[in-house]
Design a binder for this molecule. Structure first.
Ligand code: PEP
Length: 251
């Protein structure tokens, strides 16, 4: 592949019971996935320990968020150093649900990326425009400012530990997947932006994930696009067989 190993993230969001998580773990452990793909699943904080004990390689683990700085008197939060200490390698930051429902702004997301990277975590940084922003012609401005805040806080040496997920908000959980043209247009824009504003080398090796209503039927076409290097999957990651099929999207 042009930009490194294919990458699949599964964002379980705020879902799961002990029973449902156990059966998902079983389905994943029994599934067959290619060696050449990096796969990261992100359960809730409550379920991380159980999944860590029971889910076998090649699946890696991620958290869905973490606190912006060092832990302490921040009731309800989980810090990056705790995740690292506990053996969780990845964290999703800047997901659109946190941006909109928890009012995380670009600057906070940039700071979170910086702190998580400084503590040895790898980051799936999420960006993407709303339907209103797209329809009013602001899509590229929105991507610019979301990327700018992340870039301002991420030193060159840290880009090996970042992947970026382009997730148009209008496609998340809606069943409306971006068309191949829309996905490729946004991904090519992001890659060029990174080449111009970070470096051509980082842009060439950076994995850009698409997220938003990816399922086992649409993943094959999207996986063939030049600038799509993987997926961040929400709903379909909760069903073992679907997620396993998505992990095999390139085949
Ligand atoms: C997500 O939450 O990152 C996501 C892409 O969700 P879904 O696949 O359900 O649209």
């Amino acid at each position: 592949r042009a930009h490194g190993r294919f990458f699949i993230g599964g964002n379980w969001k705020c879902n799961g019971t002990v029973e449902s998580v156990q059966s998902l773990i079983k389905e994943l452990n029994e599934g067959s996935v290619p060696d050449a793909v990096d796969i990261v699943v992100a359960p809730t904080f409550v379920h991380l320990d159980m999944v860590k004990r029971e889910l076998k390689g090649p699946f890696q683990l991620g958290a869905q968020d973490c606190w912006v700085g060092k832990g302490g008197a921040f009731t309800g939060e989980v810090s990056a150093e705790m995740l690292h200490d506990f053996g969780i390698p990845w964290v999703i930051l800047g997901h659109s649900e946190r941006r909109s429902l928890c009012r995380e702004d670009d600057e906070l997301v940039g700071q979170k990326c910086e702190y998580a990277l400084s503590q040895g975590l790898k980051v799936i940084g999420c960006i993407g425009e709303t339907l209103e922003q797209r329809e009013s012609g602001k899509m590229f401005d929105v991507l610019d400012s979301q990327l700018r805040a992340i870039v301002n806080h991420t030193s060159l040496s840290n880009w090996d530990n970042m992947v970026v997920a382009y997730e148009p908000v209008w496609a998340i959980g809606t069943g409306v997947v971006a068309s191949p043209e829309q996905a490729q247009e946004a991904h090519a824009y992001v890659r060029k932006w990174i080449a111009d504003n970070v470096s051509p080398e980082v842009a060439a090796s950076l994995r850009l994930l698409y997220g938003g209503s990816v399922n086992e039927s649409n993943c094959g076409t999207l996986a063939n696009l030049e600038d799509v290097d993987g997926f961040l999957v929400g709903g379909a990651s909760l069903k073992g067989s679907s997620f396993i099929n998505i992990c095999n999207a390139e085949n």
